[in-house]
Write a protein that binds this ligand. Sequence first.
Ligand code: KG4
Ligand code: ZN
Length: 339
Amino acid sequence: MRVLGIETSCDETGVAIYDTSLTGGQGLLADALYSQIAMHTDYGGVVPELASRDHTRKLLPLIEQVLAEANLTRHELDGIAYTAGPGLVGALMVGASTAHGMARGLGIPVLGVHHMEGHLLAPMLEDDAPDFPFVALLVSGGHTQLVDVQGLGHYQLLGESVDDAAGEAFDKAAKMLGLAYPGGPHVAALAEQGDPNRFRFPRPMTDRPGLDFSFSGLKTHTLTAIRQLEAKDALDDQARADVARAFEEAVVDTLVIKCRRALDQTGLKRLVVAGGVSANQRLRERLALACEKRQAKAFYPRGRFCTDNGAMIAYVGAQRLAVGEHDPSGMMQATPRWP
Ligand code: KG4
Ligand code: ZN
């Protein structure tokens, strides 16, 4: 089955084609991404209406582009998958209505998929893809979750953030430090210059059992540290880097502690890490050590599939369409909040 995947949940227009007759990364016939980040940077965050309008402008040209790259005509597609949520409702509707319109015109099945299932299974696009079962740490701008994954569609939530997501905390810390949106990569780069021993920020919810997270207190702690430095007129470049480092260490440490717990609790030996924050190098280094100690192995998507992309949606949609799942005719789905 050749499936066109469409991702428009937030600020990236992603389109890809996945072929289920091939496996892993081989099945990915083409993928294209247009990032709106530069447009939203001026506003310090994503402006929903601008996002929808830009998806409308970019989606059809990107679909033409991936078809050309895969050397296919649209009549050779066997199905279409789109991100049905969670995300910005207007942005989601661009992908959903395009997918449904195209599928109706071509007489092929169409399916709305969960954005986080896309992130969850993105490592399946790598040559070194994990076998089931595994523990997954999903860390994006909107989610921080630990999931016990037994197979396609068999997911048990082990824990999640009770307030801010890890990526959201990175973005807010970046704003406080005067860094651009999205903040994660900028905070990580600044933290490189920071002294890990100057400040120690708390590791929230690690002193009690359980696999839930909380990052909003850390945000307040960061703001307080910055204010105290400002009051002493001591917020120079080095101090900002030291704050970034302390913040990153605290987030990474917290994520690693909970991953160790999840591996120990489930007895599983495979850990999948996906979503935007999985691009963080310090997180990867620390998880590698934790896995080594447990004879476990960590799996990641390649860099550009850590953040939002069409390939992960094409992959998940292809797996589900191939076993007969599809949206009821004319029932397009755009679900901004979807547990
Ligand atoms: O998965 P994603 O592209 O979009 C959502 O579904 O949210 O994740 C974006 C998030 C942003 O919060 C961004 O700051 C964060 O991932 N991020 C990072 C890094 N790269 C992206 N956070 C920490 N370190 C990074 N290197
Ligand atoms: Zn995402």
